[in-house]
Write a protein that binds this ligand. Structure first.
Ligand code: ZN
Length: 137
């Protein structure tokens, strides 16, 4: 009888969600802090955000230039967009970027890196679960 009780206990523990013990670790997508100046929009924490999501600055700026259809240039820690943008579209695009280029499709963790396969083909490789997913450009 004690054996079956222990078995039940084991099963109960096994059924617990894995994340239950450290729920504070959920990855939060960082936000760009920006302001407009004349006809420009200046992202103050561009370098810091890139560091947090562990992606090269040129990859992020190229994505934003394409998605927002706006010329831009890096200036130290900042990114200067050559247009006045007052809506929060910049942070929505950042979320798109993180979902496509950072978050693992399988386990939803941000512990990933990008591997170039040549001919412009890239893969997102997860360091947490080992999943590999093609990145659509
Ligand atoms: Zn994963």
């Amino acid at each position: 009888m004690s054996t079956s009780y222990e078995q039940l206990l084991d099963e109960a523990y096994a059924a617990l969600p894995e994340k239950a013990t450290h729920s504070g670790e959920r990855f939060e997508i960082p936000k760009f802090d920006y302001f407009t100046e004349g006809m420009k929009t200046i992202i103050k924490n561009f370098a810091a955000v890139c560091e947090k999501i562990r992606r090269d600055k040129p990859l992020v700026s190229k994505f934003l230039a394409k998605e927002l259809a706006v010329p831009l240039e890096e200036q130290g820690e900042r990114l200067i967009l050559q247009r006045k943008i007052t809506s929060d579209v910049i942070n929505r695009k950042l979320e798109d970027f993180v979902v496509r280029f950072v978050i693992c499709k399988e386990c939803k963790k941000p512990d990933t890196h990008i591997q170039e396969l040549g001919h412009g083909v890239k893969q997102l490789i997860c360091e947490a679960c080992g999943a590999r997913n093609a990145i659509r450009q």
